[in-house]
Design a protein around this ligand. Structure first.
Ligand code: O2Y
Ligand code: MN
Length: 612
């Protein structure tokens, strides 16, 4: 039997505003859950849900002596990652979604969703999850409500956001909130009342991750995994927030945030955008190899930035936790992340050891002799498959990382000095260059790319563009997003952060990385900060300002002069080819492309001609 609206009004917390109760009742009428539960975010609630999921076979409790208060979830093999092909921006006009997004007409999509959501929660509990993206009450923070039929989503949202009674109180006080509806799409009771048993990871073969930028709503159906289901993250904090940011004059970005302290105790803040598989979490928890420098984490994935009263750009991390990729995390690559996972962590799709702990490829040099793999099968080092899924994840509170900065929850945010744009480029792009100005910085952000594997073996080949690392996350036309960045630069004027391009992945002719990366990336960042301080000059080049060799701290590095030359080499012919690719890439945006970016491309071509 499903709940009726009188029961909903009776079970709603006293401070839930009427409009919210009406919306919850409407979703319940459509989805027909057995029960409605309003989450308060308490530990008792969390522990009840953990126990319920252990009993249902959704979670395995890990050995408390090895990994206290930690759990392992195994998803269905068809539900292991964000699905970009099923992610839609449903703006009224197709051109407002732009050529880089899947578009669907909003009323048609609403009709489609209505058929999928009709009765989709039968036999289940519908959880109402109030959450805040960013510290509660901060002027950059924003609120949301996720309705979900997945207790796994509830316990993850509790880690990834500030969730429960407090955000609900702010909503009750009249603050703005974004509605987000999620269902795994696996009802337990059919239309005739016949019940079927639940499965450990319910989901549906049909998936719809939909965003309505005009009405600012999110509807997600069919997946229980990560960015598809934890709707505060990519759906709200990037796709919907980018639209809010455009309309309200701020920036919602796919960027990590660092606090850096120099040997003279001066502090700086930096944000950085990297496409996936560029070591973003490692950079967010960087341990500098150069003496006297300290790096602390404020965020590992998303930055919301707003001009402050003093004209500078202030950033908050809208999230409260990390949903990081597990494989490759080790004592060598990221000891800070590894130790953050010592307790109170949810692991998804990693391998289980015989003593009730977890393991993934890259965690140790030698794999254990026996494991249960991410699909629940016996695994040995001779098995032909991976023990952990390559997109297996950990969910952990941000303040479990020893690198977390004291200011990470400052509602006012931190003032940003430097913005980095990076890509995975085997060729062409130097270790670091400073852009000449904000406008060239926007051009560099707009053209961020990684080489496709085949191309990485040869000269400049096909580039996978990932502008501002926002390709799958921008909630509107990418060209309009660039125009917005240009406008924000005008607002910031002389207070704008300095913009740099970095590339840790350049290779020599034998295909070996030229730069050691990891903690040594602090050397490039140190140069950027010395530029901010006006301590060092730089040399103009076709791609921006290059470091002088003597200004880079290379002490203790085993790099020959030839390798350094290669690391910073700029070949005009290869850059001319790259400029042609950029022209082709820009063409898809037609007349929405800001003139400033066409002019930047012309300026690049002029500099290439001068260097030839
Ligand atoms: O596959 C997923 O659902 C996770 S995607 C993700 C998670 C944390 C941080 N970034 C990302 C991403 O795709 O950029
Ligand atoms: Mn990300």
């Amino acid at each position: 039997m499903s709940v009726d609206s009188i029961q909903i009004a009776e079970t709603a917390p006293a401070d839930a505003p009427e409009a919210l109760v009406r919306w919850v009742a409407g979703v319940a009428e459509l989805t027909q859950p057995d029960e409605i539960y309003w989450c308060d975010g308490s530990e008792a609630e969390r522990d009840r849900l953990y126990q319920q999921m252990v009993d249902a076979g959704t979670l395995i409790k890990l050995n408390p002596d090895k990994r206290p208060n930690s759990y392992l979830a195994r998803s269905t093999p068809s539900d292991v990652a964000r699905v970009e092909s099923r992610t839609f921006i449903c703006s009224e006009r197709e051109q407002d979604a732009g050529p880089t997004n899947n578009w669907a007409e909003p009323s048609q999509m609403k009709q489609t969703l209505a058929t999928f959501f009709d009765g989709c929660m039968r036999g289940r509990t519908m959880y109402v999850v109030p959450f805040s993206m960013g510290p509660l009450g901060g002027n950059i923070s924003k609120l949301g409500i996720e309705i979900t039929d997945s207790p796994y989503v509830v316990v993850n949202m509790r880690i990834m956001t500030r969730m429960g009674a407090e955000p609900l109180a702010h909503i009750g006080a009249g603050e703005y909130w974004v509605p987000a509806v999620h269902s795994v799409g696996y009802p337990l009771v059919d239309i005739n009342g016949n019940r079927r048993p639940d499965v450990p990871w319910p989901c549906n073969d049909e998936k719809y991750i939909t965003h309505f930028p005009e009405t600012r709503e999110i509807w997600s159906f069919g997946s229980g995994y990560g960015g598809n289901a934890l709707l505060g993250k990519k759906c709200y904090a990037l796709r919907i927030a980018s639209v809010l940011a455009r309309d309200e004059g701020w920036l919602a970005e796919h960027m990590l945030i660092l606090k850096i302290t120099g040997p003279d105790d001066r502090t700086y803040h930096l944000t950085a955008a990297f496409p996936s598989a560029c070591g973003k979490t490692n950079l967010a928890m960087l341990r500098p190899t150069i003496p006297g420098w300290k790096v602390e984490t404020i965020g590992d994935d998303i930055a919301w930035m707003r001009p402050g009263a003093d004209g500078r750009l202030y950033a908050i991390n809208p999230e409260a936790g990390f949903f990081g990729v597990a494989p490759g995390t080790s004592e060598a690559t990221n000891p800070t992340a590894l130790h953050a996972l010592d307790h109170d962590t949810i692991f998804t799709n990693v391998a289980l050891t015989d003593d009730g702990d977890i393991w993934w490829e890259g965690m140790t040099d030698e794999p254990p002799a026996h494991l249960i793999d991410w699909q629940g099968n016996d695994w040995t080092p001779d098995s032909p498959t991976k023990a952990a899924h390559p997109n297996s994840r950990f969910t952990v509170r941000a303040d479990q990382a020893s690198s977390i900065a004291d200011e990470w929850e400052d509602p006012a945010g931190v003032p940003i000095d430097v913005i980095l744009f990076g890509g995975r480029r085997a060729h062409n792009v130097p270790l670091i260059t400073e852009t000449y100005d904000w406008r060239q910085g926007v051009f560099v952000g707009a053209t961020v790319s990684s080489e496709q594997t085949a191309a990485a073996e040869g000269a400049v080949g096909s580039l996978r563009r990932d502008p501002f690392a926002m390709l799958p996350f921008c909630g509107y036309n990418m060209a309009d997003y660039w125009a917005h960045w240009l406008r924000v630069g005008e607002t910031l004027g002389e207070h704008a952060p300095r913009v740099f391009q970095v590339n840790w992945f350049r290779k020599d002719d034998d295909g070996r990385f030229l730069w050691p990366g990891f903690g040594d990336n602090a050397r490039a960042i140190e140069w950027a900060l010395r530029r901010v301080n006006g301590e060092v000059d730089a040399d103009d080049s076709l791609n921006g300002r290059l470091p002088r060799r003597e200004d880079l701290n290379l002490d203790g590095l085993d790099l020959t002069d030839e390798q350094l030359d290669e690391l910073f080499a700029l070949d005009p012919a290869a850059w001319a080819a790259e400029a042609d690719l950029t022209e082709e890439y820009f063409a898809q945006f037609g007349d929405r492309l800001p003139a400033a970016l066409t002019e930047e491309l012309e300026a690049l071509r002029r500099r290439i001609a001068e260097a030839s």
